[in-house]
Ligand binder design. Structure first.
Ligand code: ADP
Ligand code: MG
Length: 134
């Protein structure tokens, strides 16, 4: 069993699309994180915990295929739950993926996507209440 899976990397710029407009900014991780991902970690949405500048957060995270690179390159994107600060591009982030939430899918409308994300965040929040899991 591959989970929990621990990694650390740098927050890089994505294409600035989808995250903040959806009310769900996602910190995109650098290529070293993506290259080291075990094959068995399938594309999908996960929950876990992450540390940024010494502070621990619950996270909802996606592993996906990047449409900007003809779906040939993966992306790892992390939403820090209850983080209220500003942008943190270039900072290091360490994280533990604890569990799988759902597979990736495309949604019929923006509203459906937004409610799926809200549910993902609730699952992540609930499943990480036990902070000893980190
Ligand atoms: P990008 O395409 O550059 O990843 P996003 O719209 O997804 O743009 O926004 C991500 C950026 O927003 C992160 O890199 C980070 O600097 C900032 N940010 C602010 N709040 C959060 C949060 N709660 N979770 C993740 N990133 C956040
Ligand atoms: Mg992003």
């Amino acid at each position: 069993q591959i989970l929990p899976y621990r990694f650390e990397g740098e927050v890089v710029r994505g294409f600035g699309r989808g995250g903040k407009e959806l009310g769900c900014p996602t910190a995109n991780m650098d290529d070293s994180v993506i290259q080291n991902l075990p094959e068995s970690l399938q594309v999908g949405v996960y929950y876990g915990t992450a540390i940024l500048e010494g502070e621990k957060y619950s996270m909802a995270m996606s592993i996906g295929w990047n449409p900007q690179y003809q779906n040939e390159k993966k992306t790892v994107e992390i939403h820090l739950i209850d983080y209220a600060g500003g942008d943190f591009y270039g900072k290091r982030l360490s994280a533990v993926i604890i569990g799988f939430i759902r597979e990736m899918k495309s949604f019929g409308s923006l509203g459906e996507l937004k409610s799926a994300i809200a549910k993902d965040i609730e699952v992540a929040r609930r499943e990480t209440v036990d902070q000893n899991k980190l």
